[in-house]
Structure formats: structure tokens, C-alpha cells
Design a protein. Structure first.
Length: 123
């Protein structure tokens, strides 16, 4: 599945992943509170998501249903990031994140990372 979700699309999707199927009106209200978006902006972004195949619209009341999971969106975004910035090599991304110096990892975090790698090696 290839789909590019913009940051604005993800605002809509986050609501649907958290709330489940939701009316466009309710999404608009939530986004107005969170971001100040007007109803027309929310509806426009919802329509983009429908056109991309991320949301299904159901009547009555313009109920929006997510067609992809958060995990699927994360996988698509991560794959795009790896392919675009790290020449398709996930180990380069991991090396950057762990070796960038921007964050110091605690022994507990390092232990969890080792456990993740060990589990991947066993699969």
C-alpha cells in the first residue's frame, strides 16, 4: 500500500484512530478546538483523505471511517523516510538516531533496544 499522508491528513486520522468512526462535523469541532481550523478546512482535508483511500464516508451524517491503521501509516511514513533520506537502508536510520548525540540513552533504554534487536534476529 502506497499512500502519502500530509501532516494535515494525520490530524484527521489521529482523531479517527482515537475516537473510531466519527462525523465530519465532530472532527471539525475537535480540530477547531485543537488548531483553530474552520469547518471548511477540516472538510477539505477529509475529502483529500477520502480521495487518497485513507477514509471512507458513510451516510447519513457524513460519518468518517478510517481505512488504514495507525501502524500502517507509520510503516508507510517510515519506509518513505528510509528510502528518501537513507538510501533504502534502515540500519543507516537507526545508526543516525542512536549516534546523533542529540539524545543520551539510559542503560534501561539501551537494554530495551538490545532486546528488540535480539528479538528481530530470532525471527
Amino acid at each position: 500500500m502506497k499512500m502519502r499522508l500530509a501532516d494535515s491528513d494525520l490530524k484527521i486520522m489521529e482523531i479517527l484512530w482515537r475516537e473510531g468512526p466519527t462525523t465530519a462535523k465532530k472532527i471539525g469541532e475537535i480540530l477547531f478546538e485543537q488548531t483553530g481550523w474552520r469547518k471548511t478546512t477540516a472538510y477539505t482535508v477529509i475529502k483529500y483523505c477520502i480521495n487518497k483511500g485513507a477514509i471512507r464516508r458513510e451516510e447519513p451524517f457524513f460519518v468518517c471511517h478510517p481505512l488504514i491503521t495507525k501502524e500502517q501509516a507509520q510503516e508507510m511514513a517510515t519506509t518513505k523516510l528510509i528510502n528518501t533520506l537513507y538510501e533504502g537502508a534502515p540500519e543507516q536510520l537507526v545508526a543516525f538516531v542512536l549516534g546523533s548525540g542529540s539524545k543520551k540513552y539510559s542503560p534501561e533504554e539501551i537494554g530495551k533496544l538490545r532486546e528488540l534487536v535480539d528479538n528481530l534476529a530470532q525471527e
